[in-house]
Each structure stands twice: as structure tokens, then as C-alpha cells.
Design a protein around this ligand. Structure first.
Ligand code: F6P
Ligand code: MN
Length: 314
């Protein structure tokens, strides 16, 4: 008999199976699956909303609203429905939203990172950090029990850690996340660099020095302007460094500790890389407000250390 046509079923490892196999507590496994479900709706919304495909209505028959707001609503709905979330905080909202303090997890998220790039058809994404308990303020990113992101690009990928390595999944044609690569690793040395908030070189001379070093050493520039895509590049290629440091307009850089830097720092450490605000590990910075910004240098360890050194020199 001729071989059967390609069928992903027999050998596939689903996100759910992988979480189970990795020893994720059942409630955490359910919550991550629920977040994955929200991501499927978001990727569908990205294909249709504001692209003229759905007329003036979105896929729910409602008047179209902006994609970042719609993504926020989709995630919120799924978090409420999970019955596992005590409270959550979204980059789209000022306050922490309390659901039910007895529920096991506090969730932080950036619903659609890089959303302004959607009309340019660049890759964008959703970022999540998960803490045990019912508080967010006063915690440190090191307390996260899981972090994940979904990147909506030519492919929709989900990358997660529960503190047991970093694993990558692809959304298949029938709407299931299937394992692509396990235990992604980031080497100590970087060949690629991603210099964010580069306007800061005007009033932050050490950042200009760092830029010159990268240019002189002929590192390869890889910068899209969506943090989720730029960090995924490092995790996917297994090396690289990303920086977003302060200048006069954004003294602390543009990025937020809670929604962006915290989750990515957990993922990066799990992949063997590191992240710093120039002095301290991002993982150890206490969250004092949901809109707290922090400079960040993240990626290949040796390069992160070098950037911190150059940035702290006069
Ligand atoms: O969320 C803010 C953001 O869009 C990030 O995704 C991205 O890394 C950053 O802004 C880009 O900043 P800049 O254009 O200043 O480099
Ligand atoms: Mn963002």
C-alpha cells in the first residue's frame, strides 16, 4: 500500500499533553489552555478586523473596535470564564481587576504588543505572566509560575515556560497548538542586536557608544519594533541581544516591567539567557505600580553583561 498522506495526528504533541507531561498542576494547565483559546480568537480578529474583510462589523457582529481593545476584551472574557483567576492586570487598563480572591492565579498581560504595526503586516503578539495568589503589586517577576507569549506572524506560535525550559508550539489548521521545538536555548554570545528606543542615543552617550561597538564589530541588526517579535527572534535563533534604555523622553525606557519585561525575563532565564535593567536582574525588581517602566537589556548572557558595563560607563 502507498504511504498514507501526511497526517499530523499520530505523532502530534498538543500544548495540553505537553503541559501534562511536564508536570504542570492541573489548574495551571487549564489556565494556559484557556489563554491559548483566547489567542486563537485574537489571531482570527487580526486577519479580519480593520482589514475590511468583515465590513463594518467584527466577527462577533459588533461594530468594529480597535484590535488592541478587542484583544483585551477577548482575553478578559477567557480569564473570567476560566474560574481560575483571582485578579488580572492588563496593559490596556490602569487598575488591577479583582475577580475572586480565592481563585489560584493572578495574571498580567499585554493583549497586543506591537499593535500599531498591524497595518504594515509585521508580526505582533500577546504576552502573559502568571503568579500564584491574588496580588500583583509587591511581587517580583521571579515569583511567576508561568510566562508565555503568542506571536501572530506568518505562523501563529505559542511559547511557554512553567520553569522547566522553554517550549514552542504552532497553531495548526484545526486550531490546536502542536509542539514544534522543546527546550529552546540561548547561547552566551550574541551575533544579532535589537536596539530599541534608539532615539535615546541623542541624550544618552553610552547608548551611542554601544551602538558604535555593534556597528564596528559587524553584528547583524534585527529589529522589528514589536518586542514580542524581537524577543522571539532571539529565542528562536538561540542568540542575540535586545535593549530598550532610557533617554530624555522616556527616562526609564518605553517598556513595562509587569506586562513585557517580567514575562520575557522569566522566559529568557529559562532559555539560558539573562536580563537586566543595567544594574539588577529584572526578575528581582519589585512591582510597585502596574504602569512601572524599566530599562531592559535581555538576551545572550555575555552580551547582556557587556551592554550593562558600557551603559554604566561615562
Ligand atoms: O509596547 C511598546 C513597543 O511597541 C514594543 O513592542 C517595542 O519593543 C517598543 O515599543 C518599540 O519602541 P521604539 O520604537 O522606541 O524602539
Ligand atoms: Mn507592548
Amino acid at each position: 500500500m502507498p504511504p498514507a498522506p501526511y497526517c499530523p495526528v499520530p505523532s502530534r504533541v498538543s500544548l495540553n499533553a505537553h503541559l501534562y507531561r511536564s508536570g504542570a498542576p492541573d489548574q495551571l494547565r487549564h489556565l494556559i489552555n484557556d489563554i491559548g483559546r483566547a489567542a486563537k480568537y485574537i489571531q482570527f480578529a487580526i486577519r479580519t478586523t480593520e482589514a475590511g474583510l468583515a465590513g463594518t462589523k467584527n466577527q462577533f457582529g459588533e461594530e468594529q473596535i480597535k484590535l488592541d481593545v478587542l484583544s483585551d476584551q477577548i482575553i478578559q472574557q477567557n480569564l473570567w470564564e476560566s474560574r481560575l483567576v483571582s485578579c488580572f492586570s492588563s496593559e490596556e487598563m490602569e487598575d488591577v481587576v479583582e475577580i475572586e480572591s480565592r481563585n489560584p492565579y493572578a495574571v498580567v498581560f499585554d493583549p497586543l504588543d506591537g499593535s500599531s504595526l498591524v497595518d504594515a503586516n509585521f508580526a505582533i503578539g500577546s504576552i502573559f505572566g502568571i503568579y500564584e495568589g491574588n496580588t500583583i503589586i509587591g511581587r517580583r517577576p521571579r515569583e511567576q509560575v508561568a510566562a508565555l507569549y503568542i506571536i501572530y506572524g506568518p505562523r501563529t506560535l505559542l511559547v511557554y515556560t512553567i520553569g522547566k525550559g522553554v517550549h514552542e508550539f504552532i497553531l495548526n489548521e484545526v486550531g490546536e497548538f502542536i509542539l514544534l521545538r522543546e527546550n529552546l536555548g540561548v547561547a552566551d554570545a550574541a551575533k544579532n542586536y535589537s536596539p530599541g528606543n534608539l532615539r535615546a542615543v541623542v541624550d544618552t552617550p553610552p547608548y551611542r557608544n554601544m551602538m558604535n561597538i555593534w556597528l564596528d564589530e559587524k553584528l547583524t541588526l534585527r529589529y522589528s519594533g514589536a518586542m514580542v517579535a524581537d524577543i522571539h527572534h532571539i529565542i528562536s535563533k538561540g542568540q542575540g541581544v535586545f535593549a530598550n534604555v532610557g533617554g530624555s523622553k522616556y527616562p526609564q525606557g518605553k517598556l513595562r516591567l509587569v506586562f513585557e519585561c517580567g514575562p520575557f525575563s522569566f522566559l529568557m532565564e529559562q532559555a539560558g539567557g539573562s536580563s537586566s535593567n543595567g544594574k539588577d536582574a529584572i526578575m528581582d525588581i519589585m512591582i510597585t505600580a502596574t504602569d512601572q517602566r524599566t530599562p531592559i537589556i535581555i538576551g545572550s548572557k555575555t552580551e547582556v553583561d557587556r551592554v550593562c558595563k558600557v551603559l554604566s560607563s561615562k
